[in-house]
Structures are given as structure tokens and as C-alpha cells.
Write a protein that binds this ligand. Structure first.
Ligand SMILES: NCCCCC[C@@H](C[SeH])C(=O)O
Ligand SMILES: [Zn+2]
Ligand SMILES: [Zn+2]
Length: 307
């Protein structure tokens, strides 16, 4: 049954097929937008979910697969699209969200890295650009954005797992996302970026211990989401500003989107807390994605209340 499709990890080719098949099957609500290409010239496809053409609708952004080895992340983007298309008009929460917000979904932000984890090195994190001087590959796309770029919590060593790149947006993948968000910043009110693992709901800032101006709003939203996950799924998610809750991490997509003006910006770290880590078994995809879906609903509904 189709539910088993969404409870498995899929190769990059399968995901590209799924993207085009979904747009073909739902021509009135799903559009494919090519926002750029990866270092190895693979397409960066964004799916736009739009349930109606209300003129002054706002939007939210959801990206997955920025880090190659975090396979449950793309699994959630597919899960979210399937759930939205299957339960719009049935589930009151997703109906409320989709009636009032378009959703831009980037299922695999780092296709070269994702492919590499399927063919060569399951634990690869970065993209696959090459630094001629060092002969090492890849920049950490979540350190490559123009937000306190390459300060403490990133490395200027191209062989490091947290290499910040040659300069901000030096990588085609982060440049494509930044360009799209810049050109849609007036309509996009919520930015979500999906990672694994450690079960955390994080918000700006990660590049400094300073609090963001709407820190209390963001804290309340993350807290409510974590409390709902605890109540409905009996699972524990920590929450808070990134620098304090996980570690200092400059050049992140969430901090950059926040400073661009997208004042509701979150990084989700999905299951688990280390037992399997990045190698989360497919049998846990549904629980991980249901938890992420609940957090997404709570936060998106609160954004609609507040704006
Ligand atoms: N923008 C930084 C949010 C906090 C760190 C998130 C993790 C996900 Se693997 C990281 O990029 O190291
Ligand atoms: Zn990550
Ligand atoms: Zn992580």
C-alpha cells in the first residue's frame, strides 16, 4: 500500500521520479519549480503546494536533505507532501494551514551529497564541491549562509565536516536557496529546515548567545510543539535557541532566513537521540515523521494566529 512507500528511504532517482509524478498527478495543486542546480549539476526542485488562488495568501518554506547522511529528513518532506495531499479537507489543522498558506518544499537540498551516501559513504554530511588547494571535498551547507559566516562553530579548513566554504553562498545549493528566499521574502512567513538526529526544536540564534528580538514568541511556539509531542507520542524533544541548546553554529540557513526578515524560523532535529543516530531504521520513519508533522502543524497554526 502507498503508506509503505512513505515508510521507506528512497534513492535520489526515486525521489526525482516521485517529484515529477506527484506534480503530474496533482496538476491543480502541485507545481515544480527549478530553483538552481547542485555542484554536480543535479536539479534543485522545489514543490509548490497551493490549494487555492486566494490573492493575499502567505507562504511557508520547508527544506530537507541539507545534510546528506540525515536520511529521515527527505523522508519527512515526502511524508509532509503526501499527508497534505491526502488529508487536506479531512484534517482540520492541515486544511486550515493549506487554505491560508502556500507551501514551498525542497525535498533534497544537497542531492550530490545524498547520492554519495547511497553509493560511497553513508556518513557523508557536506555537499560535493572540491577545494583544489586541499584536495578535500565538500562544504557544510549549514555553515555557508551569510550570517556571522565562519566565526566560532565553523571551520575554514576544507577538510573539516563544518567547513564554511570559500565565502558566504559560495556553494550553488545554498546560493539557490538564498536567492529563492530573497525573492519571496515578502510572502514567506515561516522557515523550517529539517535535520537529524537528537530530537530538538531549535530557533535563532545559533551564531551567538544573544537572544533574537522575538525570542519569547519562538520559545513559546517550540515549547508548545515539544509539549504536544510529549503528550501525544510520549517522546521527548528539547527546545530553545540553537547556540544554547545544541552548540554555536554560524552561517546557518535558519539564522540567515531570520535576519532576512522571516521572523518564524526553526531547525528541527528529528529522531533519534543516538541509539541509531543517522542510521534510523525505516521502521521508525513513521513515528519520526508524525512527531515532525505535529510540530510543523503547531508552529504553522501559531504563525497564522500571529500574522
Ligand atoms: N543553524 C544551526 C542550527 C543548530 C545546528 C543544527 C545542526 C544540524 Se546537523 C548543524 O547544522 O550542525
Ligand atoms: Zn544536519
Ligand atoms: Zn543534526
Amino acid at each position: 500500500s502507498s503508506s509503505s512507500f512513505y515508510e521507506r528511504y528512497h534513492s535520489l532517482e526515486d525521489i526525482y521520479y516521485w517529484i515529477n509524478r506527484t506534480a503530474h498527478d496533482f496538476p491543480n495543486t502541485v507545481k515544480v519549480i527549478l530553483i538552481g542546480s547542485s555542484y554536480e549539476k543535479r536539479p534543485l526542485y522545489v514543490l509548490k503546494l497551493s490549494m487555492n488562488d486566494n490573492p493575499n495568501k502567505k507562504a511557508m518554506w520547508l527544506d530537507c536533505g541539507i545534510h546528506a547522511r540525515e536520511w529521515v529528513s527527505p523522508a519527512f518532506c515526502l511524508w509532509f507532501v503526501h499527508y497534505s495531499l491526502s488529508f487536506h479537507q479531512q484534517n482540520v489543522d492541515i486544511t486550515n494551514i493549506l487554505d491560508n498558506m502556500d507551501v514551498y518544499i525542497l525535498p533534497v537540498m544537497n542531492p550530490d551529497g545524498y547520492k554519495y551516501t547511497w553509493t560511497t559513504n553513508r556518513m557523508w554530511r557536506k555537499n560535493r564541491s572540491i577545494s583544489k588547494s586541499s584536495g578535500c571535498f565538500g562544504a557544510d551547507l549549514n555553515r555557508n549562509f551569510d550570517a556571522n559566516w565562519c566565526t566560532e562553530g565553523a571551520s575554514s579548513n576544507p577538510c573539516s565536516e563544518i567547513y564554511c566554504g570559500a565565502f558566504p553562498e559560495s556553494e550553488p545549493e545554498s546560493q539557490a536557496v538564498a536567492n529563492f528566499l530573497r525573492s519571496h521574502k515578502d510572502s514567506i512567513q515561516l522557515y523550517l529546515t529539517i535535520h537529524s538526529y537528537s530530537q530538538m526544536l531549535l530557533f535563532p540564534y545559533s551564531y551567538t548567545l544573544e537572544e533574537s528580538d522575538n525570542h519569547n514568541d519562538l520559545l513559546e511556539m517550540a515549547q508548545e510543539a515539544a509539549q504536544k509531542i510529549r503528550r501525544y507520542y510520549r517522546n521527548i524533544y528539547r527546545y530553545g535557541a540553537g547556540a544554547k541548546t545544541i552548540y554555536l553554529a554560524p552561517g546557518g540557513s535558519d539564522d540567515w532566513a531570520y535576519n532576512l526578515g522571516i521572523k518564524y524560523s526553526f531547525t528541527f532535529e528529528l529522531q533519534d537521540r543516538g541509539r541509531y543516530g543517522f542510521l534510523l531504521p525505516p521502521s521508525q520513519i513513521s513515528s519520526a515523521c508524525n512527531e515532525a508533522l505535529l510540530a510543523t502543524k503547531v508552529i504553522a497554526l501559531k504563525v497564522l494566529e500571529k500574522t
